[in-house]
Each structure stands twice: as C-alpha cells, then as structure tokens.
Design a protein around this ligand. Structure first.
Ligand SMILES: [Zn+2]
Ligand SMILES: [Zn+2]
Ligand SMILES: [Zn+2]
Length: 459
C-alpha cells in the first residue's frame, strides 16, 4: 500500500496590477522559463543575484521559438549587483520607484506587438530571426545600437540579437544585419570599425613585434648610439666598457647625451635566429583560435547602428516575404526577346489549367536619357539593370531586355502582394542606380506589373 500525496502545484511569483489588469511573472531561475506558462503573462521581471543567470534567463526567453514568449517585455530587477552593465539587453530595469513607468511601457510594447502579424512558414532560421528582430525594434520603437561588451567576439553587443546568438558567434549578428540591410529592412550607419582574425573573425587580438625572418616573439631591443665626432653608429652594447662608454671606431669617451652622442633609434636582435633588424614585424595573434595574423590579412568589420526603414517597419507589421531567399549562386536567366515571347505564351496557356497566378513586369527607362550615352556605356547600363532585376527574382523567373531602355521579366507563381512588392523593390533599386551611378535625378522609371492570368482572357 502507498499513500498518494498530492503536492500543491508550484505557483509562480507574480506582480499583479489590479487597476491596469496586468500580471507580471517573476523569474528567478533559468528553469522557470520552461516550468511556467510565461506566454500568458503581460511581462516578465528577472530577479536574481547573479548576472550570468539573468542573461541566461533572458536568452531562454528571447531564443524561444514561440514569438509570444520571445518578444515579451522583460525587465531586470535593479537589486542585481552590476545590473547597469547588462540592462541595455532588457526592456529596462525595475524597482518600486520605477513601477509606474514600467506599467506604461508594458502596455505600449504589448499594444504595438498586437499590430504585428505572426508569420508562419518562414522557411529559414535567419529570416525568422530577423523577423523577430524587426518586431522587437518596432514594438519598442528603437534602433539596434551597438554596446561595448568585452565578452562578445566582436567587442560589441546588440539588443535582442545578442540575447539569442551566443557571444562567441557574435560575428553572425553583423553578417545577418548587413545582409538584411542590403535587402532594405534596415538603414545602417557606421559608428566604429573593428579588425577580426582572418580565420575565425574573432576580435580578441594580441598585437606584438616579431622577427621578420623567423617569426619569433623572443626579441631583445637595444638603443642605437650615434657618435657625433666620428659619425659612427652601432648598438649601445658595443660602446659599453665596464664603467663608461667608449667609441669602438675612434676610441674617444662618450660622456654627455646630446653633446657627444644621441640615440637615433633602436635595433632588435632575435634571440632565436640572431637576426638583427630595425623594423620588427607586427603580427596579431587571435586569442580565440590561435592564428597568428599578418596585419594586412585581418578582416575589417563595421560596427553600425541599424534603424528600421519604412520597409522594415512594414515587414514587422505585415510579415516578410521570401524575396531575399535567393540562392546566391544561381540567378534567374536573362534570355533573348524571342525566347521570352515563347515562354510567355507557354505560361499563359499553362495558367489556363491552374489556380496559380504569374506576372509580367516591365521597366522602362527614359529613352532620351539613355540615348545620351555611347554604345558601350549603354551595354554596361543594360547589364547593370539586368543584374539589379535578377537580385529580386527567383532563380526560375525570366528576364529579357530589348534595349538599354526596356526590360521585361516574368514572375512565376506569386500572389499579387508579393509580385507588387518585387516590382516596387526593382523600381526603387533601378531608380537608385540612375541617381547614384548615372547622376540622373531628373527621370523617373516606368514600372508596370500585370497578371498573365488576365492576359489569358484577352488571348
Ligand atoms: Zn628570428
Ligand atoms: Zn667615434
Ligand atoms: Zn581566430
């Protein structure tokens, strides 16, 4: 026989704000994140005496696959010793005195989160991580500002992303943000530049002088002495006699620096290979992977502020498209006008029997402007514009151009919103090329995106 003892179920510590109808769950241990149903509370207060534990709790929340949890307002108790060093990762600190302000920000964050649509079916991890980041920035009304952090492999941390990606992989944060800035979700402003190891990108480097012949770090430096009266120059040790200095060339005593002699520079001697030299080679040893980098091999990364663009804000609210998820190596084909016509006809027929829609896009540049360029330049413009268009198309899509002024493309199997978005992106980027590359601010480009399905009815 045994007695069944029903333990009283563990209940979390809560801060309850009756008047506002808000409940904030207090988490003290990493395990709490999974033990309690964090999703159902309005916010989280992290209360621990250990910094490491606080960032781990935050990591468990921010890296959660459920966006309702990962985007929760999370505050850090200001009773944590040294809390100010990590508070930028949180939505703020919390003390009794700050409580009214926090209530306001919980309400505001949750209100803005409600405006954002939860995207399902984003196939790739990086894309869904960036989408969370966009929503995070949008709901907090912030840009991603780098904060100095000596534990991060790049020496800097970013809100949200640094709570998800491990410190040793921080370089990924920069790569991701740069990749998605190129697509147009963030506007980037460089605030610093760091150098990273050629092999592992790590930024924790030890710069030191090495022997240019054998790379040894075991060097002896010695001043060079220049004897004024006979112009002899040699290392100091050559001049040294027991209690005085004497010139080995003219045998005169050296007494006063500045009057008899000076020290124009230093000389290095390698203790490993005895090589003597004046210019040591500076190398940078990576503390993380041990690679000894030549200075010219170091990678340079810019540390920037990333601010949501209107397109980023749009994506935060209404979801991202898979526009940028193109394989880098395979681009859509540029084909002849005749081939294009053939594929177009085939596609119109195919659409007869399917529910899908395909689109034809057309971009026209001002022909007067293009005629102002020589034949070779026109060809360059043509290639450049085709490149830009292909950036935003799927590898199965098609492009053709009849001349440097007119480009056409087919977008297979897209919904209307996606087709229009691609058209808009192409238009914006071709316009940018004209403005920046050709310095032409006067001519708009003409964009038309039409459904091949409705074309069907007309054929
Ligand atoms: Zn040497
Ligand atoms: Zn001398
Ligand atoms: Zn390294």
């Amino acid at each position: 026989m045994f007695e069944l003892i029903q333990l009283k179920p563990n209940t979390p510590k809560l801060l309850r704000y009756e008047r506002e109808g808000l409940e904030v769950i207090v988490l003290e241990k990493v395990q709490d994140v999974h033990f309690y149903d964090v999703a159902k509370y309005d916010g989280v207060l992290v209360q621990t005496q250990r910094r490491r534990e606080a960032t781990e709790i935050l990591h468990e929340i921010r890296a959660n696959t459920n966006p309702v949890i990962s985007l929760k307002p999370v505050f850090l108790s200001s009773t944590l010793p040294g809390y100010s060093g990590i508070s930028y990762l949180f939505d703020g600190t919390y003390s009794d005195a700050e409580f009214a302000v926090r209530i306001q920000s919980i309400k505001e964050i949750n209100r803005r989160l409600k405006e954002t649509k939860i995207d399902i079916g984003l196939v790739n991890y990086d894309t869904s991580l960036i989408q969370q980041t966009l929503k995070f920035c949008y709901s907090r009304g912030i840009s991603l500002e780098p904060q100095r952090n000596r534990n991060s492999a790049i020496g800097f941390s970013y809100p949200f992303l640094s709570s998800v990606i491990e410190e040793k992989d921080s370089i990924r944060i920069l790569k991701l943000l740069d990749q998605f800035s190129k697509v147009g979700y963030f506007a980037k402003q460089t605030v610093d530049v760091i150098q990273g190891c050629k092999k592992c990108s790590g930024g924790y480097l030890n710069y030191r002088e090495t022997c240019p012949r054998c790379s040894s770090r075991d060097l002896k430096t010695e001043d060079l002495i220049h004897h004024f009266s006979c112009a002899h120059i040699a290392p100091e040790s050559v001049f040294r006699k027991e209690d005085h200095m004497e010139c080995p060339k003219c045998d005169k005593k050296l007494r006063h620096i500045g009057i008899d002699y000076d020290k124009p520079s230093a000389v290095y001697t390698c203790n490993s290979c005895d090589h003597e030299f004046q210019n040591a080679k500076i190398k940078a040893l990576c503390v993380d992977c041990g690679h000894d980098n030549e200075l010219h091999q170091l990678q340079r990364f810019s540390i920037s502020n990333y601010e949501l663009t209107p397109m980023g804000e749009h994506a935060a609210k209404y979801g991202m498209y898979e526009i940028h998820e193109k394989p880098v190596t395979s681009k859509p084909k540029c084909i002849s006008l005749a081939m294009f016509g053939m594929f177009r006809k085939q596609e119109i027929e195919r659409l007869n029997n399917t529910d899908t829609i395909s689109w034809e896009g057309s971009i026209k540049l001002n022909s007067e402007m293009i005629k102002g360029f020589g034949e070779n330049q026109q060809q360059l413009i043509r290639e450049e514009v085709q490149n830009i268009i292909s950036e935003y198309l799927h590898k199965a899509d098609l492009i053709t151009s009849a001349s440097a002024c007119w480009y056409r493309f087919i977008l297979f199997d897209k919904d209307e919103e996606m087709a229009m978005k691609i058209g808009e992106l192409v238009q914006n980027n071709v316009t940018k090329l004209l403005n920046d590359g050709l310095n032409d601010h006067t001519h708009d480009i003409e964009l038309l995106v039409t459904s091949l399905k409705t074309e069907n009815d007309r054929v």
